[in-house]
Design a protein around this ligand. Sequence first.
Ligand code: MN
Length: 316
Amino acid sequence: MRIPSTQTRMSGRDDSAEGPDALRIHQLSIPTDSGEALAPGTALLGFASDAGVVRNHGRPGAAGGPSALRAQLGGLAAHLSHPLYDAGDVACEGDALEPAQEELAATIASLIGHGHRPVVMGGGHEVAWGSYLGIRSALHAKGKGVERLAVVNIDAHFDLRASDRASSGTPFRQMAEACAADGVAFNYFCLGVSEAANTAALFRTAARIGATFLTDLEMQEAPRGLLAEIVERFDHVYLTVDLDALPSSEMPAVSAPATLGVPVAVALECLRALRGSGKVILSEVAELNPLQDVDNRGAKLAARVVYEMIGDGAAL
Ligand SMILES: [Mn+2]
């Protein structure tokens, strides 16, 4: 179900009396539902769903992620040289995950088709399958395939689970299977994997599908060489951040908190390095669960991550 952008308007502090450059995100965000006939810009799009988390036996609450994120994002100081749009939300009704993922995909394909760069706000990590379908559809519309697309996932988990039902634990396996069916390579980079939170079977699956991964211990510093290689080798990057990759002391608002985690500054350096390449076709945060938050700490940090994804427009 589509929640129109007129219903997701952000609010925040108003310092406009200090001058024309004293604006905040909520004052610059332009509501649009399709992005049609608008100058290319960044388009926020929420995916209000925790159906995948529930199917994955996690703690529900991620459906409230987009509104908790916007509540913190709206008040941040804007330093933008390109338009920022808010394309509203796609909401999953009950357990109807697959239709919601299809609706998300169609909305994303339309936004990319109109020249925009979506920043998607989950929702559980089941959002990733919808985002991937949307990117794939937009590439196909331009006569391209996914062979030259890198999927970069900053996550404590592989999300490569075998299951007959899609969930927040399966999106990258769904991508791998779709690529195998099409006979094309799946270029999967998973950064921040916790050995303690992924079974040997999942590591075996990661090896079988040819995934490149770095553990949480290896991600205590930014992998500059790998990031440079990704940017060099691929035409497009789909960047998805599962907030449970971050240390639980700083990110309590997730279904499965990390015991070690990727330091926030390292995660932000990765985002900036990829964004600076101009190749990020879509970026995304997943798994913000406001029901587990402590004094809005997690929502504020998630908003900072989205803020970095919005960037300064250089990538467009
Ligand atoms: Mn995940």
